[in-house]
Design a protein around this ligand. Structure first.
Ligand code: ADP
Ligand code: MG
Length: 455
């Protein structure tokens, strides 16, 4: 039975997002069969509802597929709660980097390990500290050593791909190492929102509140800017925050902008965030970028010479994820070609990844060209003003940056005065709609600005 369960799970792995799979299915253990029901052990009540509502048919179908005689495959799921179960495959990886493919179906380890969503890849050991992230790093180390004490709440902000999620996870691991029983809830604000809405709809709100307000020792909430404009979830988070805060439990929040720049965020939440420690992460300086490349190369066993490291670091500046991605891309290429990584290969690879004729163009170039065309000020373009005389050019500029430069939504949000990525997305969608409708004003504007920029 366990083997069949494992096979069914494997077939589902590719069909769900990794996050959903790891969150909801990986911790589940199969107990066996009882009549026509498969008995599943789960960490808490929440899982039973979630799995029933989201994955019931999917799981039964997957089991039927691997069943020897499909006509008598199980037709129901039955759940048993086992709080000691909290067996995280992800934490197992912490000790053994290679992902264990077959998970033991029954956990025999006498010391229960709590389920956690922390990512084992991220630790303080593999985080490179430099002037750009020193403060945030120090604050996270301090919180990791003494959660709920000095820096509560801790608010970390910084652009995309600069290490916020990394630091947050590293902090979680440190706390767990000292206090293996601590209940650390690490999740994105998006997941908090989804769980909250689902709990409301399914009359499980009491359970939801117990989970986040009472049963949680440390709350690590990633990407809080997602709550922008979501009044009801903000309200819920506010009360969660207070409950934890007043019983000295640690709260850590990350955001892609400074607290006050989160658009459509309740003032009282912002002031809560500011009441603790606020630490920023800036894009790393050249030396830090080189150090990051070297650390990554070491971890991936890539032979990286100083001149190549310098070259890459000089050309990829604003995002550590891209920095690492570039290194890996070059390494893969070298392996395919059966040659070492030298400066020539690095140059070739980087040239290929930059769009040719647009490579010199920046977001700022587009913004200026749009301002000139519409005769408005750059400050207005980046402001929060919603008057059409300003908002329309802003949308056009966002659209052009996205289409022609391929800039990411979060980065665009930031470059246009700290707006949420969803704002940028809807702007791009809107102009896209106008283009499709062959709106004359929009066509004229895009053509003129494009010509000016040589696009
Ligand atoms: P964010 O959450 O701020 O968008 P992440 O924490 O996801 O960024 O970081 C993106 C990638 O860059 C991750 O793979 C992370 O390990 C790596 N990274 C970021 N900063 C550093 C650093 N200072 N040292 C080592 N790796 C880093
Ligand atoms: Mg992140």
């Amino acid at each position: 039975m366990n083997e069949l369960w494992e096979r069914a799970l494997e077939s589902l792995r590719g069909r769900l997002s990794a996050e959903n799979f790891d969150t909801w299915l990986a911790p589940v253990r199969c107990e066996g069969l009882e009549g026509d029901a498969v008995v599943l052990r789960i960490p808490n009540r929440f899982y039973a509802d979630w799995i029933t509502n989201h994955y019931n048919d999917l799981l039964l179908d997957a089991l039927a597929e691997v069943w020897l005689d499909a006509t008598d495959s199980p037709s129901r799921l039955r759940f048993e709660i086992d709080e000691a179960l909290q067996a995280p495959p992800k934490r197992v990886e912490l000790e053994t980097p290679a992902r264990p493919r077959a998970r033991p179906a029954v956990r025999r380890d006498p010391t229960p390990v709590r389920f956690t969503d922390l990512n084992p890849k991220y630790s303080f050991d593999n985080f490179v500290v430099g002037p750009s992230n020193q403060l945030a790093h120090a604050a996270c180390v301090a919180v990791g050593d003494a959660p709920g004490k000095r820096y509560n709440p801790l608010f970390i902000y910084g652009g995309v791909g600069l290490g916020k999620t990394h630091l947050m996870n590293a902090m979680g691991h440190t706390i767990l190492r000292d206090k293996p029983d601590a209940v650390i809830l690490y999740l994105s604000a998006e997941r908090f929102t989804n769980e909250f809405i689902w709990s409301l709809q399914n009359h499980r709100i009491d359970e939801f509140r117990r989970r986040y307000r009472e049963q949680c020792d440390v709350l690590l909430m990633d990407d809080i800017q997602f709550l922008a404009g979501r009044d009801q979830t903000q309200e819920e988070f506010f009360h969660t925050f207070n409950a934890l805060y007043h019983s000295d439990r640690q709260i850590v929040v990350t955001s892609d902008v400074y607290p006050q720049q989160i658009v459509e965020m309740e003032e009282r939440l912002i002031s809560r965030f500011q009441s603790g420690m606020v630490a920023d992460i800036q894009p790393p300086e050249l030396d830090t970028r080189i150090a990051i490349l070297k650390k990554k190369a070491e971890a991936e066993k890539i032979h990286l010479t100083d001149d190549v490291a310098l070259f890459i670091a000089q050309h990829v500046k604003s995002n550590v994820r891209e920095l690492e991605g570039t290194l890996l891309r070059i390494a893969v290429k070298a392996e395919l070609l059966g040659r070492g990584i030298d400066l020539d290969l690095a140059k070739e690879s980087l040239r290929a990844s930059l769009p040719t004729n647009e490579q010199a163009l920046t977001v700022e170039d587009v913004q200026r060209a749009v301002c000139t065309y519409f005769n408005i000020k750059l400050g207005d373009l980046k402001s929060k003003r919603r008057h059409r005389a300003v908002s329309y050019p802003r949308q056009v500029a966002m659209y052009l940056c996205r289409q022609r430069l391929g800039t990411s939504y979060p980065e665009l949000g930031e470059r246009f005065g700290g707006k949420d990525h969803t704002t940028v997305m809807s702007a791009v969608r809107k102009i896209d709609g106008l283009v499709e409708a062959e709106d004359e004003q929009t066509q004229r504007a895009l053509e003129a600005v494009g010509r000016k920029l040589g696009l």
